[in-house]
Design a protein around this ligand. Sequence first.
Ligand code: FAD
Length: 260
Amino acid sequence: SDMTPRIRADRSKLYMADLESALHYSLRVEAARASALSGAQLAAFKCYVAALVKYFPGRPCVQTYLQTLDGWLRNWTESELPRDVLKEAMKNNRDASNPAVLPTNVTWVGCQGSERHFRGYPCGLWTIFHLLTVQAAQNGPDKELPLEVLSTMRCYVRHFFGCQECAEHFEAMAAKSMDRVSSREEAVLWLWSHHNEVNARLAGGDTEDPKFPKLQWPPPDMCPQCHKEERGVHAWEEPAVVTFLKAHFSPANIYMDYAE
Ligand code: FAD
């Protein structure tokens, strides 16, 4: 945000400040826009929080925050959840012996744009879902529930993502091929390759931050072994991409710079 000093982020790292900022914004702002949640929208919200509890590698106070919210949502059995009630349930509790805190400030570090209207939240949301698909692949049986995280993302985007046009594009990609994903590792690759499809579509457009041009990612200088040539045509070396994604989206690559 505007409060953040210009910082030189390392694009090979993830920053906890980006992840927590995106979580705060998605849970407390974006998902709490409707006057009440019900039906498929309430289910999508519960599903998102449950996936975060399972796979988000947060700090202890954030883990506790997510677990407390998840437990509270599981106990909410009425068909409608009014926004005011939800907002109250999403407040921090610092006093407890086991504090439940998700910082309320928004600080973009790796996701900081060169101007206020660039990057930020959408960058943070992509990062969260890449991290979740990778953590689900690292911490669960490969062939079981391969779509657990991807369908959570699909529902989240459909019901809550503020950019309507983005949500429609994403749903069209999901409807075309998401069902063919048959393992957790394929889910990691599905999200990576479809994010690259979005990058290609948006390259050179007016939402592109000129300081952060849309690339086919990871570019050769970040991962030389991810790239190859087949009869003079660029191709991805997928096993190397999987290895790269597992290292990039790992708890060990999350840095605490600028986190509250
Ligand atoms: P982002 O594309 O947000 O990427 C964030 C970070 O992820 C990058 O900095 C990089 O470190 C990493 N990354 C980049 N590519 C990959 C990859 N292939 N795999 C893994 N990690 C990667 N904007 C529109 O204008 N039109 C749309 O239709 C649209 N659809 C969207 C759909 C979704 C679901 C989301 C979350 C966002 C969408 N956006 C859309 C926003 C757009 O994709 C970018 O998020 C935004 O322009 C900010 O771009 P960025 O440069 O910060 O990088």
